[in-house]
Design a protein around this ligand. Structure first.
Ligand code: UT7
Length: 329
């Protein structure tokens, strides 16, 4: 019988592109205002990639920082998994571009498509490989260049998203003695696939199809429906992952940075202390698969995660998909 290996997060890293887009920049493009965006979402600014800068470039910067923190080199990597909905190309995966640019000669590489749940899906995949003894060192990344899929004439969606990347290196816990993955949850409900959707550009309606409409090659949202789903999921996942734990044992919740009001409503539902939650949506907006690892890396580097405390990661998004992870640092 296969022995289950305890898995830990040996190091994290993140990167956000340099180009800052402030709310006032959007007020020049659509009928909106800094006041509306701050009040309804908590976002003040977000980062967009520049021309020629791609998802794989963001991955490389986040990966370098995570690998340095973990003290591993490219030759140590057995597997690279990237959670993303905005790979450089439809084919091959962005993970393969990263594998080549890192020179990770013995690593397998693939992307996972789970939208905003992409990083947690990648993390749980990597954890399963290390946990089953099939890999000793896995690089997992969540990275997005969503700015390339925004309709800059649609005020209900273009103001929400930003670009970025976050990464983590997974190893057997004995080799890092931190960030042990204790519980994982993944779920999906594909009946809600149209809630957050890019209608054309896939193989159903490719660019040469008679119904191809350039204006639908963008993220479309049913914001209010997603809002309700998100509040229910976020509060439910935190409650489920922390069941049986004393609240004192939980040091930090790292939620998907979707909307300040969604986060506040979810915390209120379960009477959770907002001081024990990291929020950086004001500076990055919703970076989809990059949102949780960006915030986790900021929390770690900012000294907000104490040794011995539990850390909860939660995410949800298009699919619909959701995921949660309980760690002990
Ligand atoms: O990670 C998953 C992807 N994220 C999401 O799907 C986002 C989840 N949803 C949300 O964050 C919120 O629903 C939004 C921020 C998208 C919208 O906030 P809301 O409080 O739910 O606003 P609403 O959709 O109920 O719209 C209220 C009003 C509408 O005007 P009318 O119909 O009342 O006249 C909108 O047209 O606000 C209007 N509006 C705006 N006004 C100024 C919508 N977007 C804007 C805007 N600026 N950017």
């Amino acid at each position: 019988m296969t022995e289950i290996v305890r898995v830990g997060i040996a190091g994290t890293g993140s990167y956000a592109p340099e180009r800052v887009m402030k709310n006032d920049d959007f007020a020049k493009l659509v009928d909106t205002s800094d006041e509306w965006i701050v009040q309804r979402t908590g976002i003040r600014e977000r980062r967009f990639v520049s021309e020629g800068e791609n998802n794989s470039d963001l991955c490389m910067k986040a990966a370098a920082a995570a690998m340095e923190a973990a003290g591993v080199g490219p030759e140590d990597l057995d597997l690279i998994v990237v959670g993303t909905l905005t790979p450089d190309y439809l084919m091959p995966s962005v993970a393969c571009l990263v594998q080549d640019r890192l020179g990770a000669k013995k690593a397998g590489a693939f992307d996972v498509a789970a939208a905003c749940t992409g990083f947690l899906t990648a993390l749980h995949t990597g954890e399963a490989f290390v946990g089953a003894g099939r890999a000793k060192c896995v690089l997992v990344i969540g990275a997005e260049t969503l700015s390339r899929y925004l309709n800059m004439q649609d005020r209900t969606s273009c103001i929400l998203f930003g670009d970025g990347a976050g990464a983590a290196v997974l190893r057997p816990w004995e080799q890092c003695e931190q960030g042990e993955v204790l519980r994982t949850i993944l779920g999906a409900d594909g009946s809600g696939f149209e809630f957050i959707h890019i209608p054309v550009g896939g193989a159903a309606i490719p660019h040469n199809h008679p119904d191809y409409d350039r204006d639908q090659h963008f993220i479309t949202l049913r914001g209010r429906e997603v809002f309700r789903f998100a509040v229910t999921k976020m509060s439910g996942l935190i409650a489920e992952l922390t069941e049986g734990l004393d609240r004192e044992e939980v040091g930090l919740v790292v939620p998907h940075q979707v909307n300040q009001r969604i986060i506040d409503s979810a915390l209120e539902r379960i009477d959770w202390d907002p001081e024990k939650v990291i929020v950086n949506i004001d500076r990055y907006g919703n970076t989809s698969a990059a949102s949780v690892p960006l915030a986790l890396d900021e929390a770690l580097r900012g000294g907000r995660i104490e040794k011995g405390k539990h850390v909860v990661l939660v995410a949800f998004g298009a699919g619909l998909t959701w995921g949660g992870t309980l760690l002990r640092w």
